[in-house]
Design a protein around this ligand. Structure first.
Ligand SMILES: Cc1cc2nc3c(=O)[nH]c(=O)nc-3n(C[C@H](O)[C@H](O)[C@H](O)COP(=O)(O)O)c2cc1C
Length: 243
């Protein structure tokens, strides 16, 4: 969602509609960057801390996604073996805006127009929402996932590497209960995904839906179930943007 009608933001988003490459677990290799740029791609890479953002900037990437600790889905940290400062959205966004010259997109915990406005007020050029769209009829979330989004687990989201091998935030369920504290040995990403999917399939066939990878952020209880186009219009209106 664009922050202002500046020609830069307009041009990025017009181009983005056609060609965009978004990398989540680090900066792509230099020859990939060159190849993407040679075909006019806008390159976007996620950062969870200032060190990662500086590497993104040095690599000549076009935009940074500031992914705070609250965000749903996989944590875009470059190396999950390194210590994680678990920076929240406010501090992370402030830092990246203040200490890099690359346009920043905020992705974490934004569920309504007020959240979008806050992101823009922090100096971001846009907001990226994930959890807010899970309950839209267009999403591929199954019935169990949708029900869980309205349940107790939505108020207790968990960051765990048990499901895929990399840290990711999801709704609390039977799987996260088993994985509590990440005390089990888990194969590296993405190897862990396959047994997790098999476990979920077996559990579902036995009538238990608590072993799904129900990715969601801390804002989950604030979701609104409606068609995606209506949600976007609502967000736009709440953010105080003319339609
Ligand atoms: C269900 C779901 C699936 C996601 N899948 C991806 C993905 O495939 N690739 C990716 O880079 N980020 C993915 N994300 C993370 C989002 O891009 C974004 O960082 C995050 O959703 C923002 O935080 P929020 O969920 O609090 O809005 C996903 C998030 C959710 C909730």
């Amino acid at each position: 969602m664009a922050a202002s009608p500046s020609s830069f933001v307009r041009s990025v988003f017009h181009r983005a509609a056609e060609r965009i490459a978004d990398d989540h677990f680090g900066v792509p290799a230099a020859d990939w960057i060159t190849a993407f740029k040679s075909v006019g791609c806008t390159l976007i890479v996620s950062a969870t801390c200032l060190d990662e953002a500086r590497k993104i900037e040095a690599a000549g990437i076009d935009m940074i996604v500031a992914q705070g600790w609250e965000a749903g889905g996989h944590r875009g940290m470059f190396d999950p073996a390194l210590p994680d400062d678990q920076l929240g959205t406010m501090a992370l966004t402030h830092m990246l805006v203040a200490h890099t010259s690359v346009p920043v997109i905020v992705a974490c915990g934004i569920m309504d127009g007020a959240g979008i406005r806050a992101a823009l007020d922090l100096g971001a050029v846009a907001a990226q929402l994930g959890t807010a769209f899970i309950a839209c009829p267009e999403s591929s979330a199954d019935e169990a996932y949708r029900a869980a989004l309205n349940g107790e687990g939505a108020r207790h989201t968990v960051m765990t590497r048990a499901i895929s091998g990399r840290p990711a935030r999801c709704l609390a369920n039977q799987f996260t209960k088993w994985a509590a504290g990440d005390r089990h040995d888990v194969p590296d990403y993405p190897i862990a995904y396959d047994p997790g999917k098999a476990l979920n399939a077996a559990a579902k066939s036995a009538g238990e839906s608590g072993f799904g990878a129900h990715w969601a952020g801390q804002g989950a209880p604030l979701h609104r179930a409606m068609p995606a186009s209506s949600l976007v219009a609502k967000l736009w209106h709440e953010a105080g943007r003319p339609i």
